[in-house]
Design a protein. Structure first.
Length: 222
């Protein structure tokens, strides 16, 4: 499914978020608190926007690995990296539930709009924590559900009706019917914070953006 929508993924993200997804990724990168020379892993990297943002922050001596299980998404990420002459950045295939990296390897791990797609959320968060060095930060950027009207009413209209229509127009109806379903099944911010705490992260906090539609969680490995 992700492979089939890869060519239209960036355009539809921009349409669905009015271009705000770029700013949300910048905010997530801020929370990672990376510095030049750091080593960063971006899990479920998709077409690479968050990894590219992070690469600019760890340059010139740091490096970023973007990993995903969709090769068509990775191909687009590599094209972006080449076009921007991004140094210290590579994209490679990996399963988020069984990351092929040594424990304690990275100064920060990020995931943007990916954890709700994991078949086992606890295992995925535990894997991200495993590859962090002590004190390293995990940052999760994800869609969430506003709980109070009028935003909750607008959200329901947008995600349950308009988004599937956008998918149908773009010949990606399966993927964009899946999107609202995946958000409905994803735990609210407090429960995601509990999952991060159980994986060994401390000082877990979250910020809700866009009237309650987006949440950014962060925590540091004990």
């Amino acid at each position: 499914m992700f492979g089939r929508v890869s060519a239209r993924y960036d355009l539809l993200n921009t349409v669905m978020t009015a271009g705000l997804h770029h700013r949300w990724r910048e905010r997530a990168a801020d929370r990672a608190e990376v510095e030049p020379g750091d080593s960063v892993l971006d899990v479920c990297c998709g077409t690479g926007d968050l990894a590219l943002e992070l690469a600019g922050r760890v340059a010139p001596d740091g490096h970023v690995v973007g990993c995903d299980f969709s090769e068509p998404m990775l191909d687009l990420a590599r094209e972006k990296a080449r076009a921007q002459a991004a140094a210290g950045l590579r994209f490679e295939w990996a399963d988020a539930l069984d990351l092929p990296y040594d424990a304690g390897r990275f100064d920060a791990v990020t995931v943007g709009f990916g954890v709700r797609n994991l078949a086992d959320l606890q295992r995925g968060v535990a894997e991200m924590a495993r590859v962090l060095r002590p004190g390293g930060r995990l940052v999760i950027l994800e869609i969430t559900q506003p709980r109070r009207p009028p935003l909750s009413t607008f959200y329901s209209l947008w995600f349950d009706r308009i988004v599937p229509l956008l998918g149908a127009v773009s010949s990606a109806s399966e993927a964009y019917s899946y999107l609202p379903e995946s958000v409905r099944n994803f735990p609210p911010p407090g429960r995601l914070a509990e999952t991060m705490d159980a994986a060994g992260l401390e000082r877990v906090r979250w910020t809700v953006l866009a009237g309650g539609i987006i949440a950014i969680h962060s925590g540091a490995l004990r």
